[in-house]
Design a protein around this ligand. Structure first.
Ligand SMILES: Cc1cc2nc3c(=O)[nH]c(=O)nc-3n(C[C@H](O)[C@H](O)[C@H](O)COP(=O)(O)O)c2cc1C
Length: 197
């Protein structure tokens, strides 16, 4: 796909950010389907991990990810909401790096995302041990061959994290000249500027 429509255009570049993130959430083959979510550990040191981008809401400036409330990141995000999210799509040669604050959605707000979750994705929430807990024998945690009769099993561990963006950093690698731009949320709009790559 040609880059002419955004190459030297800040507004079009901002549109590209949201379009590509939106496609990332909708299409598992997109380079932006998984992203790196960085947070601050309870001891003040960095933590970063891969998560699936589950939803994007441009009007609300939000990214949605799902996690197990028993995982360490849940307590970390509750305590220290500032996060950075980064992803690089090698096919388009675009890196999107965003900063914002993470909010843990209420149980009610997680109902619709849970209802839309595939049966296979629910298996990890049914696991009897918390993510990161030591186990004597890993085979004991393998999913049962048949899904449980209760399709709601694991619901109590499912949580939704909403990341509201305040800063976007876009980097496009192009042989004829890289392009880097940043966008700050300021007085109700994204204020863009070019940066040296
Ligand atoms: C491709 C891939 C996708 C993942 N998606 C998620 C996800 O959507 N949510 C999640 O909590 N963990 C996901 N994980 C696991 C996390 O990277 C991480 O190992 C786990 O959540 C524990 O993180 P924590 O100890 O920082 O809480 C994924 C891992 C990989 C490799």
């Amino acid at each position: 796909m040609t880059d002419e429509h955004f190459y030297n255009d800040l507004d079009a570049t901002c549109d590209q950010v949201w379009q590509r993130l939106g496609r990332g959430a909708a299409d598992r083959r997109s380079g932006f389907h998984t992203v790196q979510l960085a947070s601050i550990g309870l001891d003040g040191t960095p933590r970063v991990r891969t998560v699936v981008l589950r939803g994007v809401d441009r009007a609300a400036r939000q990214l949605r990810v799902h996690t197990d409330r028993r995982s360490p990141k849940f307590a970390e995000l509750a305590e220290r909401p500032p996060v950075e999210v980064c992803a690089y799509d090698p096919r388009s040669k675009i890196q999107i790096r965003v900063r914002g604050r993470a909010d843990l959605a209420t149980a009610e707000a997680a109902d619709a995302p849970w209802a839309a979750t595939q049966p296979g994705s629910r298996a990890c929430y049914r696991a009897p041990a918390a993510p990161g807990a030591p186990v004597d024998d890993p085979r004991l945690l393998d999913p049962a061959p048949a899904p449980p009769a209760d399709a709601e099993a694991g619901r109590e561990h499912f949580s939704v994290v909403l990341v509201t963006l305040a800063h976007i950093d876009w980097l496009y690698l192009a042989a004829r000249g890289h392009r880097r731009a940043c966008f700050e949320w300021h007085e109700g709009r994204w204020r863009g500027a070019w940066l040296a790559p």
